[in-house]
Design a protein around this ligand. Structure first.
Ligand SMILES: Cc1cc2nc3c(=O)[nH]c(=O)nc-3n(C[C@H](O)[C@H](O)[C@H](O)COP(=O)(O)OP(=O)(O)OC[C@H]3O[C@@H](n4cnc5c(N)ncnc54)[C@H](O)[C@@H]3O)c2cc1C
Length: 393
């Protein structure tokens, strides 16, 4: 089948890889002029790791990723108040765990896509008409084309979803926390392979020293007003106003923000749809079922959804309706479970009040005790998804 994939983030290129391997003809259209840079460092493990392994990209991820030796929480004067050894996380995941910049993960996936797959950058879809036999697609720049299927892998604010599903307002569930991530060149101090966090009522700041003398900063904060989604200057003004009063290195980090090479800011939201497909159009990754940053597994789940979708299409031998149904049946409950689990985690990142902050710090202190940490992490690292086998080539 000729299949249009909208979005070259994590889910889109993973799907393109597996569709190409199973004999389809995928085309990717990406709104940005090139693969997007920036974003935070994701913890990558679980079934998503298995998919990456099947794509042969794990050695690259291990090479480009990081294995942190400490997660350190500091007070407003930078003194360590608690810490955690991430090796326990890695052990609990049987060594199948790596922390990697989102953009490095995205590029590794994209580079694995076979050379013959067409990618149209700097364009997007404006109209989708599913006549029951084909989907007629209109683009912003390219001439109209016909595809057998269209898959929206265009993230939290999916245009495919807006064009073909219920309006976004009805499905986006904002969790009350906004996230900003950017990288600062040459920032000091640096703590190699240590993730340093400082948490106050309503907000958390995190900094991680990356390669090439770069530092990744991530803020998570409670925010109820509007978010200017396409205006970086307005986003930075919002950040300064909202977080300027925080302690630790935050005022200095905000001063250096203008020098950031990349800047990302968005709501921590979930997408919950009654179904992931309509006729010949389906959604995958954040577009279909964003679990939010709080779930800590968005990229891995996006890869799993893409892989299972490609396998379902292979099994159904051209019956897309049967494939979409089987795919959703296999994954929707698991994904919904991850979403439900994430909802209660906001207090760990941005406690609402002093009591929540106190409780959070207490739990973090307990996590320093190996037995409790293993118990808690072992459970949260379990991933109840059985992947279908890789097709014979
Ligand atoms: C640059 C960037 C930085 C990110 N940083 C963070 C972060 O710091 N914290 C966090 O929690 N999550 C972040 N995310 C989201 C995170 O990557 C996703 O939750 C996860 O990877 C799921 O992947 P996905 O492929 O479904 O969506 P995404 O990784 O979001 O990819 C969607 C892709 O679709 C493209 N796209 C969007 N709209 C259109 C359109 N109309 N037409 C064509 N293409 C379109 C986007 O440019 C993007 O390349 C970031 C996403 C991006 C794009």
């Amino acid at each position: 089948m000729r299949i249009l994939i909208v979005g070259a983030g994590i889910a889109g290129p993973t799907l393109a890889y597996w569709l190409a391997r199973t004999g389809h003809e995928p085309t990717i259209v990406e709104r940005a002029p090139q693969l997007r840079e920036g974003g935070y460092v994701v913890d990558f493990w679980g079934t998503g790791y298995d998919v990456a392994e099947r794509m042969g990209i794990v050695p690259r991820l291990l090479d480009e990723g990081y294995r942190f030796r400490e997660l350190r929480e500091v007070d407003s004067r930078g003194r360590r108040v608690s810490h955690l050894d991430p090796l326990r996380l890695i052990d609990a995941a049987h060594g199948r765990y790596v922390s990697i910049a989102r953009s490095d993960l995205a590029r590794a996936i994209y580079d694995a896509v076979p050379g013959g797959v067409e990618t149209i950058f700097d364009d997007t879809v404006t109209q989708l008409h599913d006549d029951g036999h084909r989907v007629q697609v209109e683009f912003l720049h390219a001439p109209p084309r016909e595809f057998d299927l269209v898959i929206g892998a265009d993230g939290l604010h999916s245009r495919v979803r807006t064009l073909s599903f219920d309006p976004e307002q009805q499905v986006e569930r904002y969790l009350g926390i906004t996230v900003a991530a950017f990288d600062i060149p040459g920032y000091r101090p640096r703590d190699e392979l240590v993730a340093v966090t400082h948490t106050e009522v309503g907000a958390q700041a995190l900094r991680i020293a990356l390669r090439d003398d770069s530092t990744m900063v991530c803020f998570m904060f409670r925010h109820e007003g509007d978010l200017p989604l396409d205006d970086v200057e307005a986003q930075q003004t919002l950040l300064r106003g909202r977080l300027g009063g925080m302690g630790w290195e935050v005022p200095e980090i905000l001063d250096r923000m203008q020098a950031a090479g990349t800047f990302y800011m968005d709501r921590a939201s979930q997408i919950r749809l009654p179904t992931w497909s309509h006729g010949r159009i389906a959604l995958v990754g954040d577009a279909a079922a964003c679990p939010s940053l709080l779930a800590g597994q968005g990229s891995a789940l996006a890869m799993v959804e893409a892989y299972v979708l490609a396998m379902a299409l292979q099994d159904a031998q051209g019956d897309h309706a049967a494939a979409f149904a089987a795919w959703e049946q296999r994954l929707a409950a698991v994904v919904r479970g991850k979403q439900d689990a994430a909802i209660g985690l906001g207090a760990a990142f941005a406690p609402r009040n002093r009591m929540q902050l106190w409780l959070r710090n207490g739990v973090l202190g307990l996590m320093g005790i190996p037995f409790i940490a293993n118990l808690a992490m072992g459970r949260s690292l379990r991933d109840p998804i059985d992947l279908p086998p890789v097709p014979a080539t």
